[in-house]
Each structure stands twice: as structure tokens, then as C-alpha cells.
Design a protein around this ligand. Sequence first.
Ligand SMILES: NCc1[nH]cc(CCC(=O)O)c1CC(=O)O
Length: 311
Amino acid sequence: MSPTLPTKVVIATRESPLALWQAHFVKSWLEKTYPHLSVQLLGITTQGDKILDVTLNKIGGKGLFVKELEQAMSEGRADLAVHSMKDVPMVLPEGFSLAAIGEREDPRDAFVSNRFKHPDELPAGAIVGTASLRRESQIRSLYPHLVVKPLRGNVGTRLKKLDDGEFDAIILAAAGLKRLGLTERIACELSPEISLPAPGQGAVGIEICSDRADLMALLAPFNHAETAACVTAERALSRRLNGSCQIPLAAYATNEEGFLRLRGLVAMPDGSHRVVAESNGSFAAADGLGRIVADLLCTEGAREILKQLAV
Ligand SMILES: NCc1[nH]cc(CCC(=O)O)c1CC(=O)O
């Protein structure tokens, strides 16, 4: 028997402009799909939002953005949580599940600069800001003459630091800029060959308590099968390699004429060593493809990089 759908849902969300945009997007979708459903937002500040003075990899990574939202769900203050899939840990805590992954926005990294159109144009010594080891290591290995400096804060804060002259260019997710109506700030989108995206980049996911069959049914139509398969493959790769913000790891899956193509990358933060691998598979075997490419990365030397990075 199918479960009775709820008449009211509360969405837990972080309060950054991007998180709120995504929560409102899910709220609108719910209201359009279920005209009689009442939908409310519950804004929550997470540890990840409070600690802004250290780079994320030093303070424990992804879990920091989702823990308080999960707490609100287990205490019954909220029914679902909307996340950037990029910020969702590879293994969810016991009792929580992903109910749906929505259609992906542009998954690429964006090069943002007020003076330069492409990283190729940056002169030696130019300062590039990025918060992620993944972006840092890729920029360093392709452009060893540039200086990479850490940059944290929400999208608006990062742009302000660029405009204030602290950086010659910064790298941000194109998806965040596009969602916030800041597309014109993008000088160029970086190809996967220059900057392979993070697992889940550009996709919004909805998390619920695993025992909520009613919400699972409610949210099922939000799921975008192609995006979900891509993100599943990317996350399986990352999980296999113990992916967290602490290691420079990229994984990017695309639909190539009905087949899933997954590319993976592990690199030293200083750019001295980078390992890439890729394979194709069927959409139905996304999880297995992730593990295959992770193991290919290992035969190419990824384990050695991961060992050197283990603290
Ligand atoms: N780590 C923060 C974060 N989480 C999701 C996005 C962008 C949107 C997305 O990838 O869905 C960003 C900002 C950024 O990396 O520039």
C-alpha cells in the first residue's frame, strides 16, 4: 500500500543566500507539484557557516554543513533538508537517506576575474583564491607560476574579496553563481581538463529520515534519473577512496550517448603529482563504475598520494 502523503512539511536549510535559493527552489517545486501541501522553511546556522577563518579541510570537512540539519529532522523540527550534494558526506549517518537528487545545474568550475578572461592570461605571481584543495592542486599543477591562496566564506563574501583586490582571480562553482543571478561574473567556465569538478557539484539533494516512507513518495518525482546516476557514480568513487574535503579529489560523470562516462582525479595539493583515470559503464551500474574508476586511480598511484596526505 502506498503511504499517505503529508499535508505539511518543514524544510531545514542553511541560511547562506545559495542555500536559501535552493531551499526556496524545492519549496516552489513542492507547492507546484502538490497544490494543497503547506511548506515552511526552517533556517539553521551550521558549524560550517560559523567557522570562517580556517580552510574547511582543517576543520573536519563536509559533515559540518549538514549535522545541525539532521538534528532538526531527528527531533521532529523539520521533515527534510536541502543540500548542495557537494557538501553531503559520502556516508550518511545511520537513520538518514537521500530521498531525491534534482537536475544538475552547470557542474563546472568558474574562473572569476575583473581583469582576465582565462587562467592562461594570468601573469607569473598572480594570486588565485580558492577554498578547495581540489581546485588548488589542479591550478597548481597546470599553472605552477601562479600563487594560490585560501578563500572562504559564502559566494558574496568571496566575490567581495576579489573586488577588494585581495586576488587577481578566484575559482567558484558555476552553479552557485548562476543560481544567484551572478552569471555575468563568470569570466569563463573551466573545462574538465583544466578543473575536474567535485563529486555532486551543481546538484541539489534532499535528505530525510530513512523511516519516512511518506516523504520518500512525496519527493520521488523531484529525482532526476540522469543526474542521480552521475552523482551516484561520483560519490561511489569518492567513498571508495575515503573522500573528504581533506584530500584533493575530483569526480565527474557525464551522459555520453546513453552511457555513463566517469572521470576521476587525485592530486597532491602542491600540484606536484596528479593521477587521472576514467571508464564507461551503464547507467544502471553507476555505483560499480565509481568503484572501478577508484580502483583504476589506485593502480595509477592514487594510494601513494592518499598515504602521503594521511595525517
Ligand atoms: N562548498 C560550498 C559550496 N557548496 C556548493 C557550492 C556551489 C553550488 C554547487 O556545487 O551545487 C559551493 C560554493 C562553491 O564551491 O563555489
